[in-house]
Design a protein around this ligand. Structure first.
Ligand code: NAP
Length: 495
C-alpha cells in the first residue's frame, strides 16, 4: 500500500481523506480490523463524516504487541547513529510536508490552520531533538565508597511501550512519546484518540518512508480502549505505558498498570492559573493571555483556566481582553483566516456551556460571548467572564474551550493560595515587571511548569509535565524525556 503520493502533494484541496485511513498499521503492514468494523471520523467544523478507520479488536492488539516484540531486538541493537539518522529524517519529512499535515490536523480536530501549523513544527521538533539525544545516551562509572569495586551504570531500553494519546494535539502528543522511545531503542504501539486518528496514520506512513523498520512503530485505533489496553498491559513483553489524557482515565490506567508493575508516565489534566500583577506590562500580559487561553481555541492542557488580575490592573486588563476576544475570527478550522475553530465534539460544547451557566448563576458577569453558537459545527464563541467566584465549577474543572474567567485579587499571598487551590499542578503563568517577585511566586506555585512574562512554555528541549493530579514523569528536555523509556542497569565489578 502506497500512501506517499498524497502526502507528497502539498495542496490541501487534493486530499483524499481515506488515503489516511487504509488500515491498522501493524508490523509494517496496513490491515483491516479482524472483524472488519470501523470508527467514523467527523469534521468538527461541519459535523460531516470524512473518513472511517478500522476498529481494532483484542486479536489486533495482540498482533501489535507481537510485532513490537519481534522488532525489539533489531531496533535495540541498531547503532545509535543509525537510529538518530532515521529520527532526523522523520523531522525533515514532517517539515517538508508541514502544510499537508497541518491541513489534515485542522480537518479532523477543527483547530485553526495557524494552530495546526504551529503544532506540526512543534511535533517535528521532537524528532530533531531526540535525533540529537539518541547519540548522547551515556552511563556512569565510579568507585564504590568501600573501595571494593567499581559501579558501572548502563542505560538500556525499557522494552515494548504502549503509548496512548488525546485528540487535542494529534501530531505532537504522539511524537513527544514516539521520538524519545525510538531514540532510547524501544518499540511502540500507539493508540491515538478515536476523534483524530488520521494524523496518526499519516505520520505512520511518513515514519516508514523515513526508514523506521517494520514493527518498531505500530498504530491501532479502537472504540474499545479499556479492554484492549488491559490486554496489552497484561502481556509480559510490554514494559511501559506512556499516557497523555484526562486525569480520570489516567487513574484507571495506573490501576491497570499496577497489576503488572508496569512503568508509567502520565501527562494528565491541568487547571492553570494566569496571574497578572499591578506592575505587569499590560499589553504584554494581554498578548500572553491570548496565547495562553486561545491557542487551540482553549483546548490545551496548559490553557489558562483561571485568570487572576490584581486590583489596580484588573479593569483595564478585563476590558483589553474583552476587546481582543471579541475581535477573533471564528470559523472552520481549515479556513485560512480562522483564529478560533470549533470544539472537538458537541459534548465538549455542552460541558463549556454548563460551566459558563454555573459561573453566571453564582454571580459572574459576561463581558462577551457566553452562549452556544447555533448552526452546523461544534462552535462556542470566545467568552470573557469577570467576578468569577472561587466556588464556580470552572475554577476547579478544565474548561477546555475559549472561555476566559477573570477574578480580582489584592496581594501576593492571597493569589498564591488561590492559584494552589486545585488538585492539578501542570502549568502556571505570571506577569510582573519585578523579577524577584516573579521568581518568588514561581517557586511557591505548585505546578510542574511556569511561564514568567510569557504565554507559552512548551519546548521539546525543556521538561514538560505536572505535579499533583497532573501527572507523573516528564516529556522532552535534556535527558528527562528519554529517561522515561530507559532502565538503569547497575553492574558491580572488581578490577
Ligand atoms: P481522555 O478521554 O482521557 O482520552 C485520552 C486517550 O485515552 C484517548 O486515546 C482515549 O481513547 C484513551 N482512553 C479513554 N479511556 C481509556 C481507557 N479506559 N483505557 C485506555 N485508554 C483510554 O482525554 P481527551 O479528552 O482525549 O484529552 C483531553 C485531556 O487530555 C485533558 O484532560 C487534557 O488536559 C489532557 N492533556 C494533557 C496533556 C499533558 O501533557 N499533561 C496534553 C494534552 C492533553 P478514545 O479516544 O478512543 O476514547
Amino acid at each position: 500500500m502506497n500512501i506517499s503520493p498524497v502526502l507528497l502533494d502539498d495542496d490541501p484541496d487534493m486530499f483524499d481523506y481515506n488515503t489516511f485511513s487504509h488500515g491498522l498499521y501493524i508490523g509494517g503492514q496496513w490491515r483491516p480490523s479482524s472483524d472488519g468494523r470501523h470508527i467514523k471520523v467527523v469534521d468538527p467544523s461541519t459535523e460531516a463524516v470524512i473518513a472511517a478507520v478500522p476498529d481494532a479488536t483484542l486479536a489486533d492488539a495482540e498482533a501489535a504487541v507481537e510485532a513490537a516484540a519481534k522488532a525489539a531486538a533489531g531496533w535495540r541493537d541498531t547503532a545509535p547513529r543509525k537510529r538518530s539518522e532515521i529520527l532526523r529524517r522523520c523531522f525533515e519529512l514532517m517539515t517538508e510536508r508541514a502544510e499537508t499535515l497541518a491541513a489534515l490536523i485542522s480537518l479532523e480536530n477543527g483547530k485553526a490552520l495557524r494552530d495546526a501549523r504551529a503544532e506540526v513544527i512543534y511535533a517535528a521538533e521532537f524528532f530533531r531533538w531526540n535525533a540529537e539525544e539518541a547519540v548522547r545516551i551515556s552511563g556512569e562509572f565510579g568507585l564504590a565508597p568501600s573501595g571494593a569495586n567499581r559501579i558501572v551504570v548502563d542505560y538500556q531500553p525499557i522494552g515494548v511501550c504502549v503509548l496512548i494519546t488525546p485528540w487535542n494535539f494529534p501530531a505532537a502528543m504522539a511524537t513527544r512519546k514516539i521520538a524519545p522511545a525510538l531514540a532510547a531503542g524501544c518499540t511502540v504501539i500507539l493508540k491515538p484518540a478515536s476523534e483524530t486518528p488520521l494524523t496518526a496514520y499519516a505520520l505512520a506512513a511518513l515514519y516508514e518512508e523515513a526508514g523506521v523498520p517494520p514493527g518498531v512503530v505500530n498504530v491501532l485505533t479502537t472504540s474499545n480502549p479499556g479492554p484492549l489496553t488491559a490486554a496489552m498491559l497484561a502481556d509480559p513483553r510490554v514494559r511501559k505505558l506512556s499516557f497523555t489524557g484526562s486525569t480520570g482515565v489516567g487513574r484507571v490506567l495506573l490501576a491497570e498498570a499496577a497489576k503488572h508493575v508496569i512503568s508509567c508516565s502520565m501527562e494528565l489534566g491541568g487547571n492553570a492559573p494566569f496571574i497578572v500583577f499591578d506592575d505587569a506590562d499590560l499589553e504584554a500580559a494581554l498578548d500572553g493571555a491570548m496565547v495562553a487561553k486561545m491557542r487551540n481555541a482553549g483546548e490545551a492542557c496548559t490553557a489558562a483556566n483561571r485568570i487572576y488580575a490584581q486590583a489596580g490592573i484588573h479593569d483595564s486588563f478585563a476590558e483589553g481582553l474583552r476587546k481582543r476576544m471579541t475581535a477573533l475570527k471564528v470559523g472552520s478550522g481549515t479556513d485560512a483566516d480562522t483564529e478560533c475553530g470549533p470544539m472537538i465534539t458537541g459534548k465538549a460544547v455542552d460541558k463549556i456551556d454548563r460551566l459558563v451557566r454555573d459561573a453566571v448563576g453564582r454571580g459572574a458577569e459576561v463581558l462577551c460571548g457566553g452562549a452556544i453558537t447555533q448552526g452546523r459545527g461544534y462552535f462556542y464563541p470566545p467568552t470573557v467572564l469577570r467576578n468569577v467566584p472561587a466556588d464556580a465549577d470552572m475554577a476547579h474543572e478544565e474548561i477546555f474551550g475559549p472561555v476566559a474567567p477573570i477574578a480580582r485579587f489584592e496581594d501576593e499571598a492571597e493569589v498564591i493560595a488561590r492559584a494552589n487551590d486545585t488538585e492539578y499542578g501542570l502549568a502556571a503563568y505570571i506577569y510582573t515587571r519585578d523579577l524577584a517577585r516573579g521568581m518568588r511566586v514561581a517557586s511557591k506555585i505548585e505546578s510542574g511548569m511556569i511561564a514568567l512574562n510569557r504565554g507559552l512554555m512548551s519546548d521539546p528541549a525543556a521538561p514538560f509535565g505536572g505535579v499533583k493530579q497532573s501527572g507523573l514523569g516528564r516529556e522532552g528536555g535534556q535527558k528527562h524525556g528519554i529517561a522515561e523509556f530507559m532502565e538503569a542497569k547497575y553492574i558491580a565489578v572488581t578490577i
